[in-house]
Design a protein around this ligand. Structure first.
Ligand SMILES: [Zn+2]
Length: 407
């Protein structure tokens, strides 16, 4: 059933761009030949009107094609996927080579493999885990570990979500877009909003030219051109659609949410692991977890959602231990909200050229630091105060600096 849906989606994503290209070709023919040249220039002798529409149409068509091409290429080549975990790589290699074990009679999937996929890696030295606890804050689950993707068999970085159509986790995933044949996320959202913006303006120009042409024709009692009526109706629909998409996208940028974040923030809260001084014990309103996780028996991860046991890291370098308090935001609070303008610059860039042209990548692609995956807003400090979390002492901060310099 799922594979049938995915196959349907794949076909839709191939066909829609072709239909769009055909429609743009038709609109270009009607706008240039039938409206500007035949009607305004030759029939009505209104060369100024014809030139104004031709210039606006050509410029917007160019911007539309450039932004769409950039968007399409990024979506196809660099959609911002999170690397697969070792188990997923192994399993997908098996799938490809046709060695996936199935029962010969009913084709049931291998139950053992499914079980391994479902649960987070229990190895205290799980690959990729260090990338989380070497930061000062990350999104975690009840037990203090990062979120786990059971399909990619890997830890999910903050704001990454699994895209079922792509079958991969995507950074800052927004939505799967059939118009561009792929997933819109961190690497493409800037180009997506530029595309919808120019698409809205493009269709407004088409509606204006076709509408004026039709009004003059009707006023003179002349027969209506079927092509003009057709592109007027369809383009009016696309103009409204593109305008609504642009407004929604700009709103998400200004509050620093993706489509997926927005739905989740309406339904629940974020749970964060915020670094506290090494060895801090549970507070009255928060639990703690220390990394690296203890490998001793009895301290294995508790999948029921309880905090890990914090055994002393006897065989490990004590100085490498990092302790985190596990705290929750309130419903609707967004840890990454830095204020409208900083949120805007994080996606769109810092100047008008960046905002209007699809030249440079979004700055948020390079926001990952030793502190967090993405820059966080004032809510982080608010949480520290609300939960009365102790500050990191100076000697621990100095150790961090030394480690960074050595790296
Ligand atoms: Zn995934």
């Amino acid at each position: 059933m799922v594979s049938a849906v995915l196959a349907g989606t794949r076909w839709t994503t191939r066909i829609i761009p072709l239909i769009l290209a055909g429609y743009i070709g038709l609109v270009t023919y009607v706008m240039i030949k039938r409206i500007c040249v035949d009607f305004f220039l030759h029939h009505r002798q209104q060369s100024r009107t014809a030139i104004i529409f031709l210039v606006f149409y050509s410029v917007l068509l160019l911007l539309l094609l450039v932004t769409y091409s950039r968007l399409w290429l990024v979506v196809q080549i660099n959609p911002g996927v999170v690397p697969l975990g070792p188990r997923a790589i192994l399993q997908r290699e098996r799938d490809v080579s046709g060695k996936r074990r199935r029962r010969s009679d009913g084709g049931e999937e291998d139950l053992e493999a499914s079980r391994y996929d479902r649960w987070p890696d229990e190895n205290p030295d799980s690959p990729g885990l260090e990338a989380f606890y070497s930061k000062d804050v990350f999104v975690c689950t009840n037990d203090g570990r990062p979120r786990w993707c059971s399909t990619c068999c890997n830890w999910k970085p903050d704001r990454a979500h699994h895209c079922s159509e792509l079958d991969r986790c995507v950074k800052k995933m927004d939505h799967y877009c059939p118009w561009v044949g792929g997933v819109v996320g961190e690497t493409s959202f800037k180009y997506f909003v530029q595309f919808t913006f120019y698409a809205a303006l493009y269709y407004v120009v088409v509606v204006a030219a076709a509408g004026l042409c039709m009004r003059v024709t009707l006023a003179n009692g002349e027969p209506l051109d079927g092509f003009v009526i057709a592109i007027l109706a369809v383009s009016a629909f696309f103009a409204i659609f593109a305008f609504a998409m642009t407004c929604t996208a700009i709103r998400y940028i200004c509050v620093n949410l993706t489509n997926v974040d927005y739905v989740k923030s309406k339904l629940g809260v974020y749970q964060l692991a915020i670094r506290v001084p090494r060895g801090t014990e549970d507070g009255f309103n928060y639990g703690v977890i220390s990394y690296p996780l203890s490998p001793e028996p009895g301290s294995s991860p508790d999948l029921s959602g309880q905090t890990f046991t914090n055994n002393e890291p006897s065989s490990r370098d004590h100085l490498a231990t990092r302790t985190f308090a596990i705290v929750k935001t309130e419903v609707g609070q967004n840890p990454w909200d830095m204020g409208y303008y900083r949120n805007w610059k994080s996606v769109m860039g810092s100047n008008a050229i960046d905002w209007l042209l699809p030249l440079r990548k979004s700055p948020c692609e390079n926001e990952e630091t030793s502190e967090s995956f993405y820059k966080m807003g004032p809510l982080l400090q608010t949480l520290r105060t609300r939960f009365d979390l102790p500050d990191i002492p100076l000697d621990e901060k100095k150790e961090d600096t030394i480690k960074r310099v050595r790296k």
